[in-house]
Design a protein around this ligand. Structure first.
Ligand code: HSE
Length: 303
């Protein structure tokens, strides 16, 4: 049997929604699994092709194996082929996409015994937090939280969705390093600041009225601390607004930056991306601009 899954990138936090919000993006990794093989094989092309593990530590393999184990089946030899388009260790959910792809593929190969909530639970067991795996699996903007291991979530399909710009610098930052930069305790005033912004942000995306998006994407809980690890971060965010963008923040744990531009002009979105890229360049950082959109579907079976 053969299966192919397309899994989207995701941008967590969106400024104030630290460990809580994630947005699926139309940048897809492809994962194919074939069971007609006697020799377990993993081939990876594209982003991280040389660096990512090709044995039992491979995240897609681990995720697929977890589904077989969850239904009490032995893991057969798998031929796995990945075509990666999501930059790795950049704050764009590349590991979440690898996990979700593996779970979806194995579940399909087994006749879809596991419901979506079970898949999400398995994804969180591997990833450790739901804010990337939830949008990668479900699509749209997903709000999530965990309580004693159980994930509770709801999905917003953004109204009047803006263009999305991702500026991906040419250096990697591991999530663990980016988390070590954070304080263990926060000020009550900073928590209140973020609660207010998060509520505004959810209203922007559910109403399609983005007037307050800039205000809504301000953060005091993680971005100011992580800015020290990402030269030019604040300048890139400022450049987005100076060019007419409507919102910008660090993407997940970084170092990529996400920006939003209203749908009125694709040209304006392209120009805004160039200005954001230039702001990184001024700080000596090479980067790639990616113009994309919000992915509404989450991971899908293909071909
Ligand atoms: N919410 C997580 C963080 C995202 O900011 O550390 C990691 O991808």
């Amino acid at each position: 049997m053969h299966v192919k899954v397309l899994t989207p990138a995701s941008s967590a936090n969106l400024g104030p929604g630290f460990d809580t919000l994630g947005l699926a993006l139309k940048i897809y990794n492809e994962l194919e699994i074939d069971t007609e093989t006697r020799i377990p094989t993993i081939e990876i092309e594209g982003e991280g092709g040389a660096a990512l593990p090709k044995g039992k530590q491979n995240l897609s393999y681990r995720a697929a194996a977890k589904v077989f184990e969850a239904v009490g089946e032995a893991v057969p030899p798998l031929y796995i082929r990945q075509l990666n388009r999501i930059p790795i260790a950049s704050g764009l959910g590349s590991s979440a996409a690898a996990i979700v792809g593996g779970l979806m593929a194995a579940n399909h190969l087994l006749g879809s015994p596991l419901a979506v909530d079970r898949l999400l639970g398995l994804a969180v067991e591997i990833e450790g937090h739901p804010d990337n795996v939830a949008p990668a699996l479900l699509g749209g903007l997903v709000v999530s939280g965990t309580d004693s291991g159980k994930v509770t979530w709801y999905q917003i399909q953004p109204d009047n969705p803006p263009y999305v710009i991702v500026i991906s610098p040419d250096f990697h930052l591991s999530t663990s390093r980016a988390r070590q930069a954070l304080p263990r305790r926060v000020l009550l005033a900073d928590a209140v600041h973020n609660m207010s912004r998060t509520a505004f942000l959810l209203n922007c995306f559910s109403s399609g009225d983005y007037r307050y998006l800039r205000f809504a994407m301000e953060d005091k809980l993680h971005q100011p601390y992580r800015a020290r690890l990402i030269p030019g971060l604040n300048a890139v965010i400022d450049a987005c607004y100076e060019a007419g963008g409507i919102g910008a923040a660090l993407s997940g744990a970084g170092p990529a930056v996400i920006g939003f531009v209203d749908r009125s002009s694709k040209e304006k979105a392209v120009e805004t991306a160039a200005k954001m890229q230039h702001a990184f360049a001024v700080h000596g950082i090479k980067s790639r601009p990616i113009l994309t959109e919000i992915c509404t579907t989450g991971a899908v079976l293909a071909g």
